[in-house]
Structures are given as structure tokens and as C-alpha cells.
Design a protein around this ligand. Structure first.
Ligand SMILES: [Zn+2]
Length: 598
């Protein structure tokens, strides 16, 4: 174990060079940029506050450009401070800079807030004339998107009261739940485990360990069930009154608006996924055979398949990712190549460096940076592929400017997941040990299930819960359990034996409370990519050019318009079926491999 840990991967020296943002924590340009931005923000407010409806389209354009420049300055400072801090969270100088910039940019935001608010509150005829004016065509989507909440906004004093009362209302309940669950410990083999540690036991090869972990987890949840049900009830009721006051037709409408998709698109997605639950049943039937058990219980779902896993040097990872990207389109490899050559990646694991991985878009006048902790596992190679997918997307969409480069949640994971698919396919083609291939495939299938089927079955639970809460009033704990089991049994179709313990496993899932309606966005992104991948295989080369155009468009238009050149119709059930067909193909491939390894 220790020998493996100290084994070098070549990533130990891979550190990024942030000097395209600032030279270092002491760079005098930091203070200078803060001062300049403050002065320009004051000027901006002086000049434009209360003036919007008096502006000509040309003057309005100028105002947006100035606003965008101020936003970019704040992002540049914020990105630098955050990136620097990520590499050494224990460095007090870095921490102080991050805190300083965070507080400064919050004040800046307050100062500039009037601009978006005046735009949201502008009369419809004025707004429409601006949105349609050719001078403002570049900013059209930003103008539209910023105004989309107008029908749901209340008067200024009402908004103020709601915002203030939310602190001790909704926000307080969410925080209570988070702290309660964060502080809860689960007794296991004489130890007091955290939630993530006890749930990690469900991935253990020893079935007994998995079963006991599931029991230990359930026992503690059971004790807390009255409190948890009360929190769920309260937040569901709070959401119901919020939706009523803000005139949202259904519990999911506000989320769809945030995601820039229509209720119809989300309905089509949900319908498509729930109609293919047979794929879930087929896979778990295979997994049951592979594990050699008579019945597959809920605590067996994450059991690993036995296979030797290789280790990958940093150079191998680089070659794998660039190779797969280059095969797709030379420009992909060219852009990704710059990340390596120009030190835009920080991959070395170091003491004090935060965990996880991300790609930071920073600002259009610079370029994105990729952050990760490379240890040589196969999943690190996939993480590199994932983050470089984001990186290429962010790099290409810089041309839209900072106000329109970012995509909504639904398409935010498109390039990363697509990049992973490219590398995974290539990876599989290079591996010839059928047992390793089967294990890799099973891993991929289970990841895909987690983002597609599980999230949609959770969306069905949320739907049932919010609907029941609105129709039946306060729900007893067992009513939640009933709705949970119905929506989960519908997905497993008998392929997994759900124990009685599983009845309360809805009660710890934070997404339901933090961000109601959020979960379907994962399925949206994943299926979108799988469907695009299916088209890529059918269409060949022209596809890659169009795909790069989609990435370039960033968040400059509604997702359905951005995707239209790919011949994608998100309201069309058959489009989503294509993505599901890809998952089915992965399951078929696993079934075939299982026969050769048997
Ligand atoms: Zn991602």
C-alpha cells in the first residue's frame, strides 16, 4: 500500500502557471485593478442609475459593454484568488487574499445590482424594442434571460420581506438539515462513521459488510425519521406557498426556468427515461449472475466486480486523452494540448491542496485552468478527460464574452461528459483483458445509471411528494416511504430486492431540500451526450465541426437553439430514446463480455 502511494506518476511536477492572471499574491496589479474597478463602478452607477429607459439602443449597448468589463475585472480577481487558494488552502496569505476579494466583489455586486434590476423592471414595450434592435443583437440572449423571471417577481417591498424572512425560514431549515446530517455518526464495528464513510461500505466486496453497513445506516436514520419528515414537510409546504405567490404553474416550473428549458422538454425527458426502466432490470439481472448471488438486495447494487486495475503514468494519461480527442477533431487535441504545454493544469497532489477537480473558465481575456489531484488511477484519467472537456468548451465560448459564455446547468456538463465518452471508448478499444473490460464497462454503466435512471426515479419521487403535500397536507413518515418505494420499485422492476430498510432511504438525500427539482438536470446532460454520441457514430466527420460550433456558442442562446444545428429536437421523445439506446448497447456489450469471461 505504501509502496503504491509513493510510486511516481510523473504528475508530481505538474503545476499551473497563473501569471496569465496575476504574477503572484503580491502582484501590485491586484491593488491597482481593485482601485480602477471601484472607480469605474462608481462612474458607471453615477452615469446610468435610474436612466435606463431614457437610453438609446446605442447608449444602452455602450452601457452593457461597460457592465461586462466591470464583471470581467471582478471575475479575473476572483478567479485568481480562488485558484491560488485551491493549491494551498493552509497558506494564510492566500486565504486572506481570497477573503478580501470575496468581500470586495460582494460590495461591487451590490453597487452594480441596479443595472439588472432596472432592466428586469423596464416596461415590456421598451424591453422588446431593445431585445429586437440590431445594435443589441450580440447581447440579445443575455437580455432575454435576465428578464425571464419578470412574471414571477413580486413588488420591491414584497421581495425584500420574502428575502429577509427566508433567512430564518427556508434557509434556516436547510441549514438545520445540513448540520444535523453532517454531525450524525453511524456506529460500525466500534467506530463512529460519517455518512460518506458508512455509505462507502456499500462498495465493499464483502457482502456481509455491505449488509451490516446498510443496517447501521438505517438504524440511525430511523431514529431521526420524525425530525427528517418534519423538515421535508415544512420545506415542501414552503415551496408550495412560494410557487403560488410567484404564479408558477407546477412544482417544477421554477427549476425549468432556471435551467432554460420548457416544461414540455422536461416532460419528454422523464417520459422517455421511465419508459426504458427495462434496461435497469436487464443490467441488474446480469450483475446478480456475475456476483453469483440468488437475490440482489439493495445493499448489493454497488458491489464491485473483481478485476485487476492498471496504473497510468501522467504521460500515458496525456497521450490517451489527446489521442482520443484528436481522433474526434484535430482542433480538440490542439486546444487540449495547450493546457499541457502552457501549464494550464495543476495535477500534482500536494499537502494543503484541496480535493476534487474542476475547470475554471476564469475570464475571456485569459483562458481556462484545470485543477485536479492525479494519483494514477483509471478514474483519474477519466477525470482529466472530463475537466479538459469543460476546458475546451470554456476556451471556445470565450468569444461570447463573460455575460454569455456560461451555459445553463442542463448543457453545462455536455462537453465534459462527451469528452469522457471519447476517452472511454478509446480506452476500451485498447484494453484486451476481457475481465478488465467487463469491470470498466460495469463501472461506466453504473455511473450512467446513477446519473440517468436513479435521478429520474428521484424526480418521480419529488413529483409525488410535492403533489401529495399540496393535496393531502402534512405527510406522515410512512406516506413518504410509500411514495419512495413506489417510484423505486417502478425502476428496478423486481431486479433488485428492496428491503424494508430501504423505505426510509429518501430521508437523507440533500438535493430534495437544497435545490428542489435539481436532479433531472443530471439525466438531461448525460442523455443529451449519449444521443449526440450515437449521432457522431452514424454521421462521422461533419458531426465534429457542428459540435465545435455548439461549444463555441456557449450560453449565447437558449439550449434548444444552440443545439438545433445538430438536428436535435429536445421536445422529441425519439431524441431521448437515442441516448437510452446507447445505454442499452452498453448493457448488451456487458452481457456478451460476461459470456466470454464465464
Ligand atoms: Zn463537470
Amino acid at each position: 500500500m505504501t509502496a503504491e502511494k509513493t510510486e511516481r506518476t510523473g504528475a508530481e511536477e505538474i503545476a499551473w502557471d497563473l501569471s496569465d492572471l496575476y504574477a503572484g499574491v503580491d502582484d501590485p496589479y491586484i491593488e491597482q485593478d481593485i482601485a480602477t474597478t471601484d472607480a469605474r463602478a462608481a462612474e458607471f452607477a453615477e452615469r446610468y442609475r435610474g436612466q435606463m429607459t431614457a437610453l438609446s439602443p446605442e447608449a444602452f449597448y455602450e452601457a452593457i459593454v461597460a457592465y461586462e468589463e466591470l464583471t470581467e475585472s471582478a471575475y479575473k480577481l476572483g478567479s485568481f484568488a480562488h485558484l491560488l487558494w485551491s493549491t494551498d488552502t493552509g497558506n494564510p496569505q492566500y486565504g486572506a487574499l481570497l477573503q478580501r476579494i470575496t468581500e470586495w466583489s460582494a460590495r461591487l455586486q451590490q453597487q452594480l445590482l441596479f443595472f439588472e434590476l432596472e432592466w428586469i423592471n423596464a416596461p415590456d414595450d421598451f424591453a422588446q424594442s431593445m431585445i429586437e434592435h440590431p445594435t443589441l443583437v450580440h447581447y440579445r440572449h443575455w437580455l432575454e434571460v435576465t428578464r425571464r423571471y419578470k412574471p414571477h417577481r413580486l413588488s420591491e417591498p414584497e421581495e425584500k420581506i420574502l428575502a429577509e424572512k427566508a433567512v430564518t425560514g427556508r434557509d434556516a431549515w436547510v441549514r438545520f438539515f445540513t448540520e444535523l446530517m453532517g454531525n450524525t455518526r453511524y456506529p460500525f464495528d466500534g467506530e463512529e462513521l460519517t455518512q460518506s464513510a458508512i455509505l462507502a461500505k456499500l462498495h465493499e466486496p464483502d457482502r456481509q459488510v455491505r449488509q451490516r453497513a446498510a443496517q447501521a445506516f438505517t438504524d440511525v436514520l430511523q431514529e431521526k425519521l420524525p425530525i427528517l419528515s418534519y423538515v421535508f414537510n415544512t420545506l415542501a409546504a414552503d415551496k408550495a406557498s412560494d410557487d403560488r405567490l410567484r404564479h408558477y404553474p407546477s412544482w417544477i416550473s421554477s427549476r425549468n426556468l432556471a435551467n432554460e428549458v420548457s416544461d414540455e422538454v422536461v416532460d419528454a425527458l422523464v417520459q422517455a427515461v421511465t419508459s426504458r426502466y427495462d434496461i435497469v432490470a436487464r443490467y441488474y439481472a446480469l450483475k446478480r449472475r456475475l456476483l453469483g448471488v440468488e437475490k440482489l438486495y439493495d445493499y448489493d447494487r454497488y458491489a464491485p466486480l473483481p478485476a485487476a486495475e492498471g496504473r497510468y503514468q501522467w504521460e500515458d494519461a496525456r497521450e490517451l486523452v489527446l489521442g482520443a480527442y484528436g481522433q474526434f477533431h484535430p482542433q480538440m487535441a490542439e486546444i487540449a494540448g495547450q493546457f499541457f504545454e502552457r501549464s494550464w493544469i495543476d495535477a500534482a497532489p500536494r499537502p494543503g491542496k484541496r480535493g476534487g477537480a474542476y475547470s475554471a473558465s476564469t475570464v475571456p481575456s485569459a483562458h481556462p485552468y484545470v485543477f485536479m489531484n492525479y494519483t494514477g488511477q483509471a478514474r483519474d484519467v477519466m477525470t482529466l478527460a472530463h475537466e479538459l472537456g469543460h476546458g475546451i468548451h470554456q476556451y471556445l465560448s470565450r468569444e461570447q464574452g463573460i455575460l454569455q459564455a456560461h451555459t445553463p446547468l442542463t448543457t453545462a456538463e455536455m462537453a465534459s461528459t462527451f469528452g469522457e465518452m471519447l476517452v472511454f471508448t478509446d480506452f476500451m478499444a485498447r484494453e484486451d483483458d476481457p475481465r478488465v473490460r467487463l469491470a470498466m464497462l460495469a463501472g461506466k454503466i453504473e455511473d450512467t445509471f446513477a446519473t440517468v435512471f436513479r435521478q429520474i426515479s428521484m424526480n418521480r419521487f419529488e413529483h409525488a411528494m410535492h403533489t401529495a403535500r399540496r393535496q393531502e397536507g402534512e405527510l406522515p413518515p410512512d406516506r413518504f416511504g410509500e411514495l419512495w418505494m413506489q417510484t423505486q420499485e417502478a425502476m428496478f422492476q423486481g431486479s433488485v430486492e428492496l428491503t424494508d430498510n430501504y423505505r426510509i432511504w429518501w430521508s437523507y438525500i440533500p438535493h430534495f431540500l437544497h435545490t428542489p427539482g435539481y436532479v433531472y438536470a443530471y439525466a438531461f446532460g448525460e442523455l443529451l451526450v449519449l444521443a449526440l454520441f450515437a449521432r457522431y457514430r452514424k454521421q462521422g466527420e461533419g458531426f465534429a465541426e457542428r459540435y465545435l460550433d455548439v461549444l463555441r456558442a456557449g450560453g449565447s442562446d437558449w439550449p434548444q437553439n444552440v443545439l438545433a444545428p445538430m438536428g436535435v429536437d429536445l421536445t422529441d421523445l425519439s431524441f431521448w430514446q437515442e441516448g437510452l439506446g446507447e445505454i442499452e448497447a452498453l448493457v448488451s456489450q456487458a452481457e456478451e463480455l460476461a459470456q466470454t469471461t464465464a
